[in-house]
Design a protein around this ligand. Sequence first.
Ligand code: PLP
Length: 396
Amino acid sequence: MKINSDFLNLKDNYLFAKVGEKTAAYRKAHPERRVIRLSIGDVTRPLAPVAIEAMHRAVDDLSRKETFKGYGPDRYCYAYESLLESIKGSYARKGVSLSSDEIFVSDGAKSDLGNLLDIFAKDNTVLVPDPVYPVYVDTNVMAGRRILYAAANEENGFLPMPDGAEADIIYLCSPNNPTGAAYTKKQLAAWVEYAKARDAVILYDAAYEAFVTDDSLARSIYQTEGAKDCAIEICSFSKTAGFTGVRCGYTVVPKALVREGTSLNRLWARRQSTKFNGVSYVSQMGAAAVFSEEGERQIAENIAYYRENARIICDTLDKLHIAHTGGKNSPYVWMKCPGGKDSWAFFDELLENADIVGTPGSGFGKNGEGYFRLTAFGTREDTLEACERLRKYLGD
Ligand code: PLP
């Protein structure tokens, strides 16, 4: 027996563990202080009432033999048609037309981001933005793939553009975690052109698309002409509708996406029907309700709440003359550590002097060094209190 030795090449995933450890040690040493976490990528608002009602109804269905559900329908890899119709409706409102067999319902974006790699050969080269959600790097290290990095920095507004790198699989995350930067439709057109010229495939992570309000920015890569020939889009109800604990997402693999004469849609359908047995009926019914007219209204209220938190954080940083990006079409605010400090030094300083926990940018890639991520997913009270503390500590 031999292990997959590629796993030994993984770096310790110490970012959130270290944040947690340091916070716990600090709390233990200072039990009298109220620590505020602006580090969390998890949501804090309860689910929209339409989703709750739909899930209650789904539980009732399971309690009666006439309406009981076992495995989901296998026609669409165990996705219920009502959910597929909802997702199609949401895409149609963005001007994108999809068929049901191009949408694959999942238990969230993270699983699909990893699982999708099954359909690509090991000797592909991947291009990953730096800094970015660490899952893209780790899943490819596990698979033993060669990884190139596209630097996201102040010069390019944290939005790297194609620079001729010889990549076969290209990750884009927009709005980005952690920088909050989001591509315009025009910028995505350049990525699509580049991918097509190389016969590469873009894996487009749209987990935060619901936070986009600016019309020039993309909410889906398929709003860009020609993207169906070269892009897979990974989406989630987690941040859109507070489903981080419920678990439901969806991935779009267009039928027009063909490489080496093979439809990637067919490969993915084959992979899913072999290794996956679908998402719970209850989660799917809750998710289907999210994209109803009333559901869209209710989730917009939650998103507006987080957006206001982001505005409060950005205003505070503006007043403190601290450079930052994101926060406008994203729940993440990416700030430069004051005084040229490194990310962990600023983490310690903020915790000790203001009882605030953020996330050190260096944990998202080497270009994140010297930056710090604050999130808008906290409560309004905590956000206001944290900003007051920032003003007191970092102000003149
Ligand atoms: N993609 C990005 C960029 C994320 O930040 C996250 C979660 O934080 C995910 C995907 C995972 O989402 P899900 O909860 O759907 O697995």
